[in-house]
Design a protein around this ligand. Structure first.
Ligand SMILES: NC(=O)C1=CN([C@@H]2O[C@H](COP(=O)(O)OP(=O)(O)OC[C@H]3O[C@@H](n4cnc5c(N)ncnc54)[C@H](OP(=O)(O)O)[C@@H]3O)[C@@H](O)[C@H]2O)C=CC1
Ligand SMILES: Cc1cn([C@H]2C[C@H](O)[C@@H](COP(=O)(O)OP(=O)(O)O[C@H]3O[C@@H](C)C(=O)[C@@H](O)[C@H]3O)O2)c(=O)[nH]c1=O
Ligand SMILES: [Mg+2]
Length: 295
């Protein structure tokens, strides 16, 4: 059995390489070994390696830059998953894919289930939605895990950005009207493994996969500084010095949803698991960074 992990150098892909070895021999080509925007190279790679499980952790995740590079975002976020799904449908292989809260428009204040209408506001969100739709239409056996605000000890993410800024800045402005759930790459990889172990025709589908409890980005930044200073990190900033601002005061090329509150009970009930809170996961990631000497 061969398990193909795409995007193995990314946040989620890195963690998957540790959790999926129980399912077979892992093949995780680097971007240098396989350009995933090159459909014929991808086809050749699939023919050569013949995976029975494909876990697609690759994506174009630069949300603002995607507004200038819609073709590349489309190739990675929509065309690649469509191609992988068609391969899986033909070969009766299983596909795992990751979606985003940015497929929703974030209107209102209520929590959303998986059947809430989608309405992406950005190129990133639109291309990710096209990927989800292609998988669902392909007939492939699949899981799509729709997650949000992903971070880990490795890779580029909001936590790393805040820790870097907090070393030199004594004040920061961070938006406080976008609500969601920070989720760790490791949790996503662990849940992927637990779900794959229970895969069957009856549980094919789309699942929200985010940590329990919600916050806004200001609250997340404050928790990062609070927990990091408790672990002994020297910072120029205190949690109190993180000011909340509305999204309108932080202009960006891409529009982001305000309300990303997602209900996770479908995932918890189907796979008999309990998701942790974002606060406890933040603690774990900061401790891991400390153990690597990168906090
Ligand atoms: N990050 C987030 O906040 C969220 C992410 N998601 C989804 O979760 C999944 C995983 O995200 P995350 O781990 O954060 O993503 P990352 O941006 O950390 O990783 C993306 C991966 O895709 C690879 N990649 C991109 N373009 C190419 C290419 N042309 N050829 C080969 N490889 C390529 C990257 O390679 P390279 O080493 O070159 O970077 C990297 O390994 C994605 O589907 C994403 O949409 C969903 C919600 C939130
Ligand atoms: C650095 C910084 C950011 N912000 C804001 C901008 C933005 O609204 C919010 C988070 O910044 P980010 O750059 O991490 O946001 P972004 O890259 O949009 O994060 C998203 O990435 C994609 C891939 C997803 O799928 C989403 O779930 C989400 O995680 O914080 C501030 O208000 N002040 C700051 O100093
Ligand atoms: Mg980002």
């Amino acid at each position: 059995m061969t398990v193909l992990i795409t995007g193995g150098t990314g946040q989620v892909g890195f963690e998957l390489q540790r959790t999926l070895a129980v399912f077979g021999d892992i093949v995780a080509p680097t971007p240098e070994e396989l350009d995933l925007a090159d459909a014929s190279a991808v086809e050749r790679f699939l023919e050569q390696t013949h995976p029975t499980i494909v876990v697609n952790a690759a994506a174009y995740t630069a949300v603002d830059k995607a507004e200038e590079e819609p073709e590349l975002a489309q190739a990675l976020n929509a065309d690649l998953p469509a191609q992988l799904a068609n391969y899986c449908a033909r070969q009766s292989a299983w596909l795992v894919h990751y979606s985003t809260d940015y497929v929703y428009d974030g209107a209102g204040e209520s929590f959303r289930t998986e059947d809430h209408p989608v309405n992406p506001l950005s190129v990133y969100g639109k291309t990710k939605l096209a990927g989800d739709n292609a998988i669902e239409a392909s007939g492939a056996q699949h899981f799509i895990f729709r997650t949000s605000w992903v971070y880990g000890a490795r890779g580029h993410n909001f936590v790393k950005t805040m820790l870097r800024l907090g070393e030199s800045k004594s004040e920061l402005n961070v938006v406080n009207d976008q609500i969601g759930a920070p989720t760790t790459a490791r949790l996503i990889a662990q849940v992927t493994s637990q779900a794959l172990a229970q895969r069957n025709a009856a549980n094919i589908g789309l699942y929200h996969l985010v940590c329990r409890e919600t916050c806004n980005w200001q609250g997340f930044a404050q928790a990062i500084f609070q927990q990091a200073s408790e672990l002994g990190k020297a910072l120029a900033i205190t949690p109190q010095a993180v000011a909340g601002i509305p999204t309108s005061d932080y202009p960006t090329p891409a529009k982001r949803p305000l309300n990303s509150r997602l209900i996770v009970s479908k995932l918890e009930e189907t796979f008999k698991l309990k998701l942790p809170t974002w606060q406890s996961q933040l603690q774990q990631v900061l401790e891991e960074m400390q153990s690597y000497g990168v906090l």
